[in-house]
Design a protein around this ligand. Structure first.
Ligand code: SF4
Length: 527
């Protein structure tokens, strides 16, 4: 029985930005008796159906955006006589759909790290179960990825996860429901081992693919202190100390390495944390700004973010402490007005964001927004090509609406075209060139310009453009540019690189203001 792990995509670029980590984790979960699994990432190149044979086990990981292509592959694999197993966020939320439409014999709900071995054993016996409850396993059970299987020269960035789960509850996000609100944080030891392995292979750029890299805020510490909850305080301090330990050890890695993560804006309250990030060469972070007005933040249950001038100041703090921000904004919120678009573009520029993304509000399954939207549409929702709108991911790509919500004052087309306008303004050549001025070398500036353009083509033109010529041109352009761009990211392999020493002493002896073990009071946030 051969094992296949397939990452579905209806567009292939030949080169991809980030590795689909789940494939390499499930490869690690595959017992050696089955041999190395065959990994197919369709963002690189499409699946060759002839590679699947009767009796093979085919694992397909899906999120909402690639579910339809995933179901095509599932049906095809089943027709060829293979056992078909679905996993991933979307399959966790809609297991019955993968069975009905994707030819699944089985669905794994939740984390696959532990459950996968059992699924394969059952397939081998010819008796796979319809459902496996992977659940939310503890961080100590997360498996390190099998990076020895990664194809050379295809990916710009590798991805390593340090924490799953997020304590927040934003209305448009499903992470806190699917991954849980309790941060499940891996120890620095195991994370560093994976990163060292990747650098040995020649990866210099690593995405720390976390839900939220700043799982303990000063407010959390403040609250635990005020409640005199010693147990909670000590738990929070331990999590925080582990973060600093990790960053201290990242700082000991070769200085050509660059890390990128995802973090909440609250991290800027804690400049010792930002300084540790800088020293660790975590040079960039995706920050969900979402909206620049208090009303917009309320719309998405993200009132813990700031608005107006304080927002600009908070975002600038990241930059002042050496962390570049990819700001993420949402358009189409009920409180948005035509002037919101220009105000958002201006805020993105004034806040000195290095990159920005502008998405339109879409109801994602598993979110509070989705539940509200589904309820609003009632028992008989409108249909497109016979598919109810509330199962929008099953509508053929070409027929899918660009927006799903009626807006109180703007048409869907107005929101779409104004959003496109903001992308165009932020990523035109002049502003990109000006933003690149912080880079000294001309090679570095060139890399920045190329990456900015590729980023915009991959995410703006292929996502929200309605003009099919523009979409096709963007895909072609990205395919051509991605290859030379990847070379700019690659490093010379360092097969003999040693794992950095434990950094406990460094942190204890005063690294970043003894920041590993503090109370909120120590940091001056409570009296
Ligand atoms: S959007 Fe970010 S902060 Fe909000 S719940 Fe999701 S991961 Fe957490």
């Amino acid at each position: 029985m051969k094992v296949h792990l397939i990452n579905p995509s209806s567009v292939s670029f030949g080169t991809a930005v980030i590795t689909p980590r789940w494939q390499y984790v499930l490869a690690a979960a595959t017992p050696a008796s089955f041999g190395d699994p065959l990994l197919v990432d369709e963002t690189l190149s499409p699946l060759d159906p002839a590679s699947i044979h009767a009796g093979d086990a085919v694992g397909i990981g899906i999120h909402t955006a690639n579910a339809l292509r995933g179901y095509e592959i599932g049906k095809l694999a089943r027709e060829r006589g293979a056992f078909v197993i679905f996993g991933g966020i979307h399959a966790t939320l809609y297991p019955e759909e993968a069975i009905e439409l994707g030819g699944a014999h089985s669905v794994v709900k939740g984390d696959g790290d532990v459950a996968w071995k059992r699924v394969l054993a059952d397939c081998e016996k010819g008796t796979p179960l319809p459902l496996y409850a992977g659940g939310q396993i503890e961080a100590s059970e997360f498996l390190p990825a099998r990076w020895d299987l990664i194809p050379r020269n295809r990916y710009m960035w590798a991805s390593v996860q340090t924490v799953r789960g997020c304590p927040k509850h934003c209305s448009f996000c499903s992470v806190w429901k699917t991954d849980g609100q309790r941060p499940r944080q891996r120890t620095a030891d195991v994370v560093i081992e994976e990163i060292v392995q990747l650098r040995r292979l020649g990866f210099r750029f690593i995405a720390l693919a976390d839900d939220n890299f700043y799982p303990v805020t000063l407010t959390d510490l403040d609250l635990a202190t005020k409640q005199k909850n010693e147990a909670r305080l000590s738990e929070l301090n331990a999590l925080r100390a582990e973060r600093f330990e990790l960053m201290a050890r990242l700082a000991q890695l070769p200085d050509d390495m660059v890390f990128f993560t995802q973090i909440t804006m609250e991290a800027a309250e804690d400049t010792s944390f930002l300084d540790a990030m800088k020293a660790a060469r975590i040079k960039g972070a995706l920050v969900g700004v979402e909206a620049v007005t208090p009303a917009g933040l309320k719309d998405v249950y993200k009132d813990f973010n700031l608005a107006g001038d304080v927002l600009i100041e908070r975002l600038k703090t990241f930059r002042r402490h050496g962390v570049h921000v990819l700001g993420s904004f949402i358009f189409g919120l009920p409180s948005d007005r035509p002037e919101t678009f220009d105000a958002t573009a201006a805020a993105a520029i004034n806040a000195e964001l290095t990159f920005a993304q502008f998405v339109t509000l879409s109801p994602y399954p598993g979110t509070v927004d989705f539940a509200r939207w589904e309820k609003q549409l009632g028992d008989d929702p409108p249909k497109i090509a016979g598919v109810p709108l509330t199962r929008r991911w099953l509508i053929p790509q070409a027929l899918r609406p660009k927006l799903y919500w009626d807006h109180p004052v703007m048409s869907a087309e107005e929101i779409r075209s104004r959003t496109q306008g903001v992308w165009d303004a932020f990523y035109s050549w002049g502003p990109i060139w000006r933003r690149s001025s912080f880079i000294k070398s001309s090679k570095g500036r060139l890399a920045f310009v190329l990456i900015s353009r590729i980023y915009r083509q991959m995410y703006a033109d292929t996502g929200i453009a309605t003009d099919s010529a523009r979409v096709t041109w963007s895909g072609r352009w990205t395919r051509i540019m991605a290859k030379p761009c990847r070379r700019l990211f690659a490093g010379k392999p360092m097969p003999n690189l040693k794992t950095p020493e434990h950094a406990g002493d460094f942190v204890r002896l005063g690294g970043w203001a003894n920041a590993s073990k503090v109370t909120a009071k120590d940091l001056g946030v409570c009296q």
